[in-house]
Design a protein around this ligand. Sequence first.
Ligand code: NAD
Length: 503
Amino acid sequence: MERESASTHATQAGAAATAIPVTVIPGDGVGPEIVRSAQRIIEAAGVPIAWEQAEAGAEVFRRGDTSGVPHETRESIERTRVVLKGPLETPVGFGEKSANVTLRKLFETYANVRPARELPGVPTRYSGEGVDMIVVRENVEDLYAGIEHMETPDVAQGLKIITRKGSEKVIRYAFELARREGRTKVTCATKANIMKLTEGMFKRVFEEMAPEYPEIQAEHLIIDNVAHQMVKNPVQFDVIVTTNLNGDIISDLASGLVGGLGFASSGNYGDGVAIFEAVHGSAPKYAGKDVINPTALILSSVMMLRYLDQAAAADAIEQAVLVTLEEGRAVTQDLARQTGGDVEHAASTTAFTDQVIANLGRQPSSVPVSVRVTDSGLVRRPEWTYGPERYAGIGRELVGMDVMVESDLAPDALGDELTALAGEALALSMLESRGTKVYPSTGLATDHVRWYRGRFVARDGRALAEADLVGLLGRIGEHHRWTEALRLQSFDGEPGYTKAQGE
Ligand code: NAD
């Protein structure tokens, strides 16, 4: 099987010496149909591509590969560095991780770029207003780091990881994209008011970097307000850059503003690797029926062609899609349903594809010419350094430890016991449950669960040694079940931890 596909590729590549190698993953459900549609259109537009057919998703999981992305597929992507992929099913439940997330992480495609732009022939509540925005979502970190633990049988914890480096890469990408496309504003969307260290870091990096782009207006908005503003007045947005989970949600919101999942395209960009896919999933109920709307994947393949410096073909395909939507001679089921059209006689995936091919070379009458979404020419600017020299000069101090404890004791009783166990170097400063202080008692009606965090701080500001932390855990462990310990550090005198609510 492997040898067959490798030799097929060799023959294809041999037949067209200048062909651009691209890994194509048909994917699950409706994936093969929409991928085939995009491939046919690219071929009709005359772009020579040597497709390397590769597998990922449901069938791979079924064979027992828990990553969903087989070795041969990884090798193909390492060779081609460009992927056009259909949706991949994510098994529900414990165990397997999403093959989509695995692919994005393996190849460090840190910027998920999702344009949302008004389309002709696709009526929405905002038609005529000219919605035209790009959501740039950090694609690797945040809660998607997937570091989750059951701390007790009833308490689950997920770690939100935000790094300066990860933030810098995607924010740099967003500013460069804005500059390249001649866009005038970048909005940074975070929840920095609540998550001061994680979302706060993203906001700080944005504010530090913005002066490098004086021609671009840089603003920060709280993510919930962004959601509100997107619905109220979406045309105010140009480029939005945001953390992974925020971006997941608002990029879907953005798709909804311009016609929904059938039209939402995306590119996942890393340094020298890019993966292009529709935003939607495998829509299993429509699989094999030739009824799905292929526009989202076709527009994703337009992004791919721009990335491959095939601007003329990209423009031609994009214009042909816009003409097809504008004229409405081939309307797929989903759009017919949205517009109250004739669903029974809606165009098949194949008929829609044929119409786009027939429209190659034509220009739509009612929309502006193409907006370019590409990173092929993005100027790489010097990045901050993350070598040891950066960290050598930062003063750090060990000032205490947070210890998570599973306990059936009431807060007062546990607090008194932990106080007695604190030892000479440390003192228990407070106990909290689910982020809210419960000891010393605030006298308020605070609920708690049988999982607490005890905050131990250095007594009288004394310097702490490793042995103080280890000794404390040993003493607690003799009487209680501790589940996690976190060092409290300060960096150049700034506390590297937040306070509990009420602390
Ligand atoms: P889905 O996007 O597959 O389908 C949701 C609904 O949206 C469908 O029932 C359909 O009515 C509509 N729809 C989606 N795409 C359409 C199109 N091109 N044309 C017309 N209508 C369309 O979402 P889901 O049902 O939540 O997920 C199904 C599977 O897809 C799951 O296994 C999920 O994990 C996976 N998924 C994969 C990706 C990806 O590969 N990037 C993204 C999302 C979901």
